[in-house]
Design a protein around this ligand. Structure first.
Ligand code: HEC
Ligand code: HEC
Ligand code: HEC
Length: 359
């Protein structure tokens, strides 16, 4: 896992820093500046922030001192913000202003010490993991650029959150986003991801959305990410779609019996009946898929892309596949319901504009 690799890095750093301080104390060599800062920190800051910067002390501060070792805090605290907070304090908290007690150079050094000794580096790897998860699991509805995939904008009610609209950005703080991604949004197509993604992955994906799509400031992430432009994802999510292979005539075939499918009803039916095997993103990796052979069909594979018209989908969903675990759904669902499902699978996973962003 990428983060654990980073953690190894940080732990090595912490170990190293301690080693350096220890050897400096013994021999008087090594990095005197770092050593001084360690002493200064122990003297002035550790009573509240803890010897390891995690805020673990006997004090019962409200609000508590920030846990510098958490990924969340690291993502939130830019160097500039930290310097400013130490200079001016944080009104209404135990964090006092230090500008009259420490020099600017000392404050700068302390912040550097905290960042290198305690805070996880928010690096490209982290951003990449968030980007990977987003491309794989979220872009099908939210679109590569976070505006909402075309099919979903007109097809889902409510439409997926548009992460590029200022009002949405303002309404969504990090905690709420994490909760929404973990538990889903009731009565909407937004699925719950807890159990399918690790807590770490959920946080990384939310941070990816916040910094690369919403463009919220975080010096750490932005520098590390090399300003990953929103939209540079194209090619990760949708690229297994060989659009040239779409026989337009083949794919245009409508539902039989004059049925008209409703995407919203389709999403709900899909989540209730199909996700366990075909997965939220239609890739055939639902929670049950692991135990099944042949594997559930991946709707995003080129063969599927080339031939799954609404008519074809209706047919195969209704009849099932003999000798496999794919049930014949006409035993359970009405034609209308199968129509909704075919419409949803078609719009979400097959149709060109369903996944690719055109703007
Ligand atoms: C008396 C307790 C106390 C001491 C001593 C203290 N802090 Fe803090 N510090 C806090 C608390 C509480 C917060 C959380 C404030 C908040 O939630 O906004 C905090 C927050 C911070 C932050 C993050 C501010 C932000 O922008 O969110 C930094 C950086 C920081 N302290 C650095 C230091 C440094 C460096 C020292 C030593 C020079 C120090 N603190 C000493 C209690 C303390
Ligand atoms: C099947 C379509 C679909 C998929 C897949 C999907 N979303 Fe959503 N998402 C939605 C819809 C619809 C909403 C709007 C819900 C609402 O209005 O409350 C939404 C809303 C959200 C919100 C805002 C929630 C709030 O609190 O208002 C976040 C954040 C979000 N999605 C993140 C993600 C992430 C991250 C992923 C991938 C891990 C993902 N979504 C995958 C359909 C989807
Ligand atoms: C118990 C697991 C399971 C469930 C639940 C399930 N499927 Fe399948 N599905 C499969 C498997 C396995 C295959 C692949 C069969 C094969 O390769 O021969 C498949 C294949 C398909 C195919 C392609 C068939 C073809 O001939 O090309 C479609 C379309 C499909 N499923 C749609 C759905 C829909 C819609 C639902 C929900 C109403 C659903 N499936 C529920 C396991 C499942």
């Amino acid at each position: 896992m990428t983060l654990s690799k980073q953690w190894t890095g940080i732990m090595t750093c912490v170990g190293l820093c301690v080693a350096i301080s220890a050897s400096a104390a013994e021999t008087g060599v090594a990095d005197p500046a770092l050593n001084d800062m360690g002493v200064l920190y122990a003297e002035h800051c550790s009573s509240c922030h803890g010897a390891n910067g995690d805020g673990q002390t006997a004090l019962n501060l409200n609000p508590p001192a920030k846990d510098f070792s958490s990924f969340k805090v690291a993502a939130e605290l830019s160097r500039e913000r930290m310097v400013k907070s130490v200079l001016n304090g944080r009104p209404g908290t135990a964090m006092a202003a230090w500008r009259d007690r420490l020099t600017a150079a000392q404050i700068d050094g302390l912040v550097g010490y905290i960042r290198t000794s305690f805070m996880p580096a928010v690096t490209t790897e982290t951003v990449n993991e968030g980007r990977r998860v987003y491309a794989r699991h979220c872009s099908v509805c939210h679109g590569d650029t976070g505006k909402g995939a075309l099919w979903a904008r007109s097809g889902l009610d409510p439409a997926p959150a548009n992460f590029t609209v200022p009002r949405t950005v303002a309404a969504l703080n990090r905690e709420r986003m994490i909760a929404s991604v973990a538990y889903g949004r009731a009565q909407t197509a937004m699925p719950a991801w807890k159990g399918r993604l690790s807590d770490e992955q959920i946080e990384q994906t939310v941070d990816y959305i916040r910094y690369s799509i919403m463009r919220l400031p975080s010096d750490a992430l932005h520098q590390a990410a090399g300003h990953v432009p929103a939209g540079s994802l194209s090619g990760q999510a949708g690229h297994d779609h060989d659009h040239d292979a779409h026989g337009p005539d083949v794919l245009a075939a409508p539902l039989p019996h004059g049925l008209v499918g409703d995407v919203n009803m389709g999403v709900a039916l899909y989540q209730r009946n199909c996700v366990v095997c075909h997965g939220v993103t239609g890739d055939g990796n639902g929670p049950r898929a692991y135990f099944i052979f042949p594997k559930p069909r991946d709707f995003r594979a080129p063969e599927a892309q080339a031939k799954y018209s609404r008519a074809h989908l209706f047919e195969v969903i209704a009849k099932g596949t003999l000798g496999s675990e794919m049930p014949a759904w006409n035993k359970v669902l009405t034609d209308a319901e199968i129509g909704h499902l075919a419409e949803y699978v078609f719009k979400a996973y097959i149709e060109k504009d369903g996944v690719a962003e055109s703007d």
